[in-house]
Write a protein that binds this ligand. Structure first.
Ligand code: IPM
Ligand code: MG
Length: 368
């Protein structure tokens, strides 16, 4: 039977986005060659780059390409040049528009410490030595990121007031909770749900609904943590966590914090999934490194492409159903780290430092 051709919309964006995405494409092409399928990439503008060229962070052309694609590979958006723009023209608004358009409510952020990187983590060996392997399941299209009312208003007396709204319905909580429990079933069957129910009503409802959904999953052990305490426990007992379920805002904070357990935020991929399906009946996913556009090192071939490359692995797994190729990419990443190859963000004295392109090539060469 002829092997299928998969269509990937590639949205490099701003800052280091283009160089790390290029690295991911190199590795994905190596995986396609090794596993006998075809990948077709088309490149489109998003974020600040799109604003510069087309006056909007999510142009119609990009939208149409994403509509047609089987999966979307994203780099990063944002930069100091765009900070003064009105909210709907800012690069981040383009990213949020995509998340909303495809109702990508589940953002999966695996937090995995590769053993050779123990010394790159700022945490002591006695804390991370037993291993860190959990996944943050972040709600992505609700909460304070999208709640109304929002805005900055000026009152008659001249006082300026910034307003955002944390809001969740029971259905929104239930679907992300269900996703978290399903994922826990495929792992160590422990779910830690994070909320701020001691102060916020939306958090109180969050906890109630998670407990309701938990009844469908009696085989999964549930723990509730207040968000501030969760931030502390991540540093105290990171090895205990399996699935951490969080709202949009808390998931954003906690994933940056958890990234540091692994040595560098430059290592962490994410997958955003929803109900939308591609031509193969699989989730039409959106794959985005957790790191941002890092304008300070953009264009210097210094960025770590491993997060983007691992996004490629998640894309193969979730949107293309190519578990074999996904594992091969992940094993190739583990292999380069075992061999002591490092980018500048994870280097320790005595290891070779590679640039972005050379690191991607090294991973691609080890995909088999
Ligand atoms: C992330 C990022 C985004 C977010 C920004 C760029 C809008 O920090 O994906 O974690 O806050 O969701
Ligand atoms: Mg973030």
């Amino acid at each position: 039977m002829a092997q299928p051709t998969y269509h990937i919309a590639c949205l490099p964006g701003d800052g280091i986005g283009p160089e790390v995405t290029r690295g991911a494409v190199t590795v994905l092409q190596a995986a396609a060659a090794a596993y006998g399928f075809r990948l077709e990439f088309s490149e489109h503008l998003v974020g600040g780059a799109a604003y510069d060229a087309a006056g909007t962070p999510f142009p119609d052309e990009t939208r149409d390409a994403c509509d047609r694609a089987d999966a979307i590979l994203f780099g990063a958006v944002g930069g100091p040049r765009y900070e003064g723009l009105p909210w709907d023209l800012r690069p981040e608004a383009g990213l949020l528009a995509i998340r909303k358009r495809y109702d990508l409510y589940a953002n999966l952020r695996p937090i995995l410490l590769y053993p050779p990187l123990k010394d790159a983590s700022p945490l002591k060996n006695e804390i991370i030595g037993g291993g860190v392997d959990f996944i943050i399941v972040r709600e992505l299209v609700g909460g304070i990121y999208f709640g109304e009312p929002r805005g900055i208003e000026t009152l008659p007396d001249g006082t300026r007031r910034g307003v955002n709204t944390e809001v969740y319905t029971d259905a929104e909580i239930a679907r992300i909770a269900r996703m978290g429990f399903e994922i826990a079933r495929g792992r160590r069957r422990r779910l830690t749900s994070v909320d701020k129910g001691n102060v916020l009503e939306a958090g109180k409802l969050w906890r109630t609904v998670v407990d309701e959904v938990a009844r469908e999953f009696p085989d999964v052990e549930v723990e509730h943590l207040l968000a501030d305490n969760a931030a502390m426990q991540i540093l105290r007992r990171p090895g205990d966590f399996d699935v951490m379920l969080a709202s949009n805002l808390f998931g954003d904070f906690l994933s940056d914090e958890a990234a540091m357990l692994t040595g560098s935020i430059g290592l962490l991929p994410s997958a955003s999934l929803g109900a939308a399906r591609n031509r193969f009946g699989l989730p039409k996913g959106f794959y985005e490194p957790i790191h941002g556009s890092a304008p300070d090192i953009a264009g210097q071939d210094r960025a770590n492409p491993l997060a983007a490359i691992l996004c490629g692995a998640m894309l193969l797994r979730h949107s293309l159903g190519r578990e074999d190729a996904a594992r091969a990419v992940e094993q190739a990443v583990a292999a380069v780290l075992e061999e002591g190859l490092r980018t500048a963000d994870i280097t320790v004295p005595g290891t070779a430092v590679l640039g972005t392109a050379a690191m991607a090539r090294a991973v691609a060469d080890r995909v088999h």
